[in-house]
Design a binder for this molecule. Sequence first.
Ligand code: F6R
Length: 615
Amino acid sequence: MCGIVGYVGMRPALDVVLAGLKRLEYRGYDSAGVAVLADGGLATAKKAGKLLNLEKELAERPLPTGPTAIGHTRWATHGAPTDANAHPHLDNAGRVAVVHNGIIENFARLRAELAARGHESASETDTEVVAHLLAEEFSSCADLAEAMRLVCRRLEGAFTLVAVHADEPDVVVGARRNSPLVVGVGAGEAFLASDVAAFIAHTRSAIELGQDQVVELRRDGITVTDFAGRPADVRGYHIDWDASAAEKGGYDYFMLKEIAEQPKAVADTLLGRVDASGSLTLDEVRISTSELREMDKVVIVACGTAFHAGLIAKYAIEHWTRIPCEVELASEFRYRDPILDPRTLVIAISQSGETMDTLMALRHAREQGSKVLAICNTNGSTIPRESDAVLYTHAGPEVAVASTKAFLTQLVACYLVALYLGQVRGTKWGDEIQAVVRELSRSSQDVERVLDTMEPVRNLARSLADKPTVLFLGRHVGYPVALEGALKLKELAYMHAEGFAAGELKHGPIALIEKDLPVVVVVPSPRGRSVLHDKIVSNIQEIRARGARTIVIAEEGDEAVAPYADHLIRIPATPTLLQPLVATVPLQVFACELATARGNEVDQPRNLAKSVTVE
Ligand code: F6R
C-alpha cells in the first residue's frame, strides 16, 4: 500500500524518483506526488489519479531540478483520493515535505494539538500532522534525522515516513515501523523505497531497515539509528534479480508475463531442495528436527490468494504427515483467541512478506510460544525476518496486483514443507518422497503444456464478457482452486463470481443456477479418488439439467465428463494432490482475458493495491 521513493545523489533527482514511482505504482494508484529540493527551497507537484496525471502536470508546469527528491504513489486510507490529499504533505511554511505509507492511529489527537498551537491543515490525511510536527522539532534541533526520531516517538500505528527539509538540501530521512522501507546504496548516491524495484536499475546493493529505525541518507553516507538515536546494526544484502525482471518484457501486461513465467518459477522454487542422497534439505528452516517431531498441530495463516494456497496445503500436510492442520484467514486469527502452544507449527504464507494481517497473526502466534515458518517471495521482508524459519519461493518479482506465479510457487513450497515434515517425522518413506518430488519436477513442463493450449480459453472468456455472474465448483483440492478462480474473476473483471464446494450445491447454491449461467467445474482425476470424480460428474449433470453452461476443467483422457461439458478445458494428468498446479492456470488466463475484454486495467484493478500493509 502506497509506494515511496527518496533519492539524494548526482543525478537529476526528480527523474530518478519518477522512474522509481513507475515501478511502484502497483502499490497504489489513487494519486501521486513529488517534492524536489532546489534553489534553497522546496518545489512540489501532486495529482489525483494515476502517475500519468502527475507526469502531465509536470510536463505543463516543470519543477526545478535538484539532487534531492522524494515521491509517493498513494492507496488512500485517510481522506479521498484528491489533489489536496495526495502526498507529499508540507508544513505551513512549506519547508518540510513528507510522504507516508501506513496509518497514524493517534493523528486526530495530534492534529487537535497542532491546531491549538496555530497550525492549519491543508488536507484530511493523517500524514499531514507529521509535516507540522517535523517543522516544530526542526525549529529547535536543526537536524532532520533528530526531528524524525522525536516525532516517531509520538506516533502510534504503522508507518513508513520519508521526509526532506529545505534547510538540509542534501539529506533525505526515512523512518520505519511495521511498513516496508529499503535503502539502496550507490556510489555517491543513495535511495529509499518501499520496494527494491524502485532503484534496481541503479544499484543491487540494499539495506533492509529494521522496526523502529530512522535512516539518514547523504551522498557520502548512510546512518541508521533506533528511535532513541542509538546506532543500529545494519544488514546489507545483494538483490539477486535485475532490472529486466521488473519490466514487461514485450507483454501487454505484467500479469500476462507473470502467467507465462510460471513454469520457470515452479522449477526455480524446487531448485536445490533435494540433496545427493535424495533427502529434502530445506536449509532455510531453522527449527530443529526434534522440535518438528514434537509438533502436534499445524496452523496456516494467510490472506487472499495465499490463503487459497494454504487451503490446498492442508490436504497435503494431513495426508502426508497425519498432523492435524487448520487454515485460517490471518485477519480473523488473533481475534478469536486461537489455541496455540510450543507444539503448534504456524505457517505464514505471503508473497510480499509485508501483509499486515499476516504479520499480526504471526506475532500473536510467537507471543503464545509457537514456532513460525514463513513461506515468502520477498527476500528480507518483514514476515520472514520475524519468523523462526523461512522457505523462499523463487517466483521473482510479481508486479501485477493479481497474484499468479506467486500462488503456484506457494503451492510448491507448501508441498515441500509437507514432505519435509513427513520425512522428519517418518510418516513418509524416502522413496515415497522422491516419487512426489519427481512428480513436482514434472509439473513445470505440465504448466508449460497448459499455457500452450490456452487459445480456446481466451476465446471463451471473450464470449462471456457481458455475463453478470460466473460460478466455480470443485471438490477436494479442486475446491480451493474454485475459490481462487472466483477471486481472480472478481478482482480483475469486477464480475460477481463465487466458488463453492460442489458437494454443497444441493444445500443452497443450486438455486442460483439458471439458463445460460456459466459454471466452471474443476474435476478431480478419475484415477485418484474415483468416488469424488463420479460425484462431481453427477453435480455437472445436475446443473446442466437446470440450464447452466458448463465449462469443465478435466484431465486428458477423462472421457466420462465430456458428454456434459459445453466447453472442455484439458489439463495434463497429475497426482490428485498436485492437480491445483495445472488446474489454476486456465482460470488465471480466463480472468485476465475477461478483464481485458471488459476494458479493465489488468495490472492495477480498481480499489486494490499489491501490498496490503494496513489491517
Ligand atoms: C489476489 C491477491 C491477494 C493476495 C493477498 C495476500 O490476487 O494477490 O489476495 O494474495 O493480499 O498478499 P501476500 O501474499 O503478499 O501476503
